[in-house]
Design a protein around this ligand. Structure first.
Ligand SMILES: Nc1ncnc2c1ncn2[C@@H]1O[C@H](COP(=O)(O)OP(=O)(O)OP(=O)(O)O)[C@@H](O)[C@H]1O
Ligand SMILES: [Mg+2]
Length: 290
């Protein structure tokens, strides 16, 4: 498979496991220890695929970095990772320590980790069963040198099994942001995401409706938010420019003046703060200074 972080002959994780507790408790303890320097841990999720989870995760990470936060971005879509594409990052392999720990990629003021950077050839499919995906996620949470961060955003794959479930069980999440598009089937699967989180004691911080407008309609986000008793954080329009900017590796929610207030609202919810200021000019200026 060529994924250096998971190798059955490698007993590193087993050796580091605390001696007591169930396997989940042991993993949780390792993750908590590794993420001790991370102030907030936020998941972006929906039961439905293709609704814009990775778009939102990448844009939220950029917006928070633009607001001066120290941001980590974990691509938890283990077998079909897309975060690298949203930043147009190619041909980068992560480096590791002698003990087998992983250094995140430092990119535009963020620390990014994705299996895209850990496979021999990211164009080839990773054909694995759920338990292996769980192992990979556990490694990414417990073996990456995340360091001191204000927030770690986790871009979750769709569904209510495997990685989203593992992330909610061992990822020490402070909350998830649920993404839905306006269509009924998306609403149904986004609701499952929220109910799953609540079943696993992970707070739902709010709902983001994505791709709203003439083509798909609007209102599903507001109705789901009302049903759950959580805020509707944003209704993001379906826009050609959003797709185009995403393809160019740019964060539309930071780049476009009229969308920046949406990023501020979602960012504030992620941070548990009243408001955040997505200062684009100083953000890019800071990056130019690097
Ligand atoms: N508001 C929008 N307007 C236009 N295009 C959008 C918008 N939101 C997302 N997209 C585009 O839709 C596509 C799907 O988005 P994305 O990959 O983020 O979905 P996802 O939920 O992460 O999918 P998956 O379930 O496969 O992980 C991407 O090409 C993205 O650029
Ligand atoms: Mg995705």
């Amino acid at each position: 498979m060529g994924l250096p972080i998971y190798d059955e002959s490698n007993e590193r994780s087993a050796r580091q496991m605390p001696a007591t507790g169930t396997p989940h408790e042991q993993e949780r303890a390792l993750v908590a220890k590794n993420l001790a320097g991370v102030r907030r841990r936020i998941g972006v999720h929906s039961g439905k695929g293709g609704v814009g989870k990775t778009f939102l995760s990448a844009n939220l990470a950029c917006a928070l970095a633009a607001a001066g936060k120290r941001v980590g971005l974990l691509d938890a879509d283990v077998d079909c990772p897309n975060v690298a594409r949203f930043f147009n990052i190619r041909d980068i392999a992560l480096t590791g320590t002698e003990e087998g720990r992983i250094h995140p990629l430092e990119y535009r003021g963020m620390r990014i980790v994705s299996t895209h950077f850990l496979t021999d050839d990211p164009k080839l499919p990773m054909i694995v069963r759920g338990p292996i995906k769980h192992k990979v996620l556990a490694e990414l949470l417990s073996q990456v040198e995340w360091g001191e961060l204000d927030v770690l955003i986790t871009d979750l794959p769709p569904g209510t099994a495997d990685v989203p479930m593992s992330s909610m069980l061992i990822g020490a999440l402070d909350g998830i942001i649920v993404v839905t598009t306006p269509q009924k089937e998306s609403l149904m699967d986004a609701r499952k995401s929220a109910l799953m989180a609540r079943d696993l004691d992970v707070p739902v911080l709010g709902v983001v409706e994505n791709m709203a407008g003439d083509a798909f309609g609007s209102g599903a986000g507001a109705s789901l938010a009302q049903e759950l008793g959580v805020p509707l954080l944003a209704s993001i329009p379906l826009m050609r420019e959003i797709r185009e900017l995403s393809e160019q590796g740019q964060a539309a929610l930071v780049e476009r003046d009229e969308l920046r207030s949406l990023a501020s609202r979602i960012g504030a919810a992620a941070m548990g703060e009243e408001s955040i200021d997505v200062r684009r000019r100083s953000f890019w200026q800071r990056l130019m200074d690097r």
